[in-house]
Design a protein around this ligand. Structure first.
Ligand SMILES: [Cu+2]
Length: 144
C-alpha cells in the first residue's frame, strides 16, 4: 500500500515536471506571421507621450494565459536590442520590456527627449517567444 502511494506520488511528480517543461517549449508561429508598427513610423520625430499602434498578420491577439493555438500577445522592447533577450525564457516585465497581456494593440508611451529604439516582439500565452521569433524590425524615433 505504501509502495503504491509512493509510486503514484512519483508519477504525479514526473507529470508536473513534464508540463512545466512543456510550457517553456517554443511553438512555431504560422508561416508568414508578421508583427509591425502601424505607428510611429521609422525615423519619425514625435512628442512624448506618443501613441504606439501594433499590427499583426497571420495570428490573433489574446490576453496572456489564453492557451489557444495561433494566438499570443504583443511586447515592446524599448532601447533593448533583441540579442539581449533570452528567447527561451518568459520575458521579464519592466520599462524596457513591456507586456500587453490584456491583449492591447495600442499603448501610450512616455519617453525622455532624444533618440529611442523600439521593437515589437509577439510572444505566446506564457510570454515565451515563438521559434523563430516573431519580431518587427527595430525602429529609431526621435522624441522632442
Ligand atoms: Cu507577455
Amino acid at each position: 500500500m505504501n509502495k503504491w502511494i509512493a509510486g503514484l506520488a512519483l508519477a504525479g511528480g514526473v507529470l508536473l515536471a513534464g508540463s512545466a517543461l512543456a510550457q517553456m517549449e517554443r511553438a512555431s508561429a504560422p508561416e508568414g506571421t508578421e508583427v509591425y508598427f502601424i505607428s510611429p513610423e521609422a525615423g519619425a520625430t514625435v512628442e512624448s507621450p506618443l501613441t504606439v499602434r501594433m499590427g499583426l498578420k497571420g495570428m490573433g491577439v489574446a490576453p496572456a494565459g489564453t492557451q489557444a493555438e495561433g494566438t499570443g500577445h504583443h511586447h515592446l522592447l524599448v532601447d533593448t536590442p533583441l540579442d539581449e533577450v533570452d528567447l527561451d525564457q518568459p520575458l521579464p516585465a519592466n520599462d524596457a520590456m513591456r507586456h500587453f497581456g490584456g491583449g492591447q494593440t495600442e499603448t501610450t508611451l512616455e519617453l525622455e527627449s532624444g533618440e529611442h529604439t523600439l521593437q515589437l516582439l509577439f510572444m505566446d500565452a506564457n510570454h515565451v517567444s515563438f521559434d523563430p521569433p516573431v519580431t518587427s524590425d527595430p525602429i529609431t524615433i526621435t522624441v522632442e
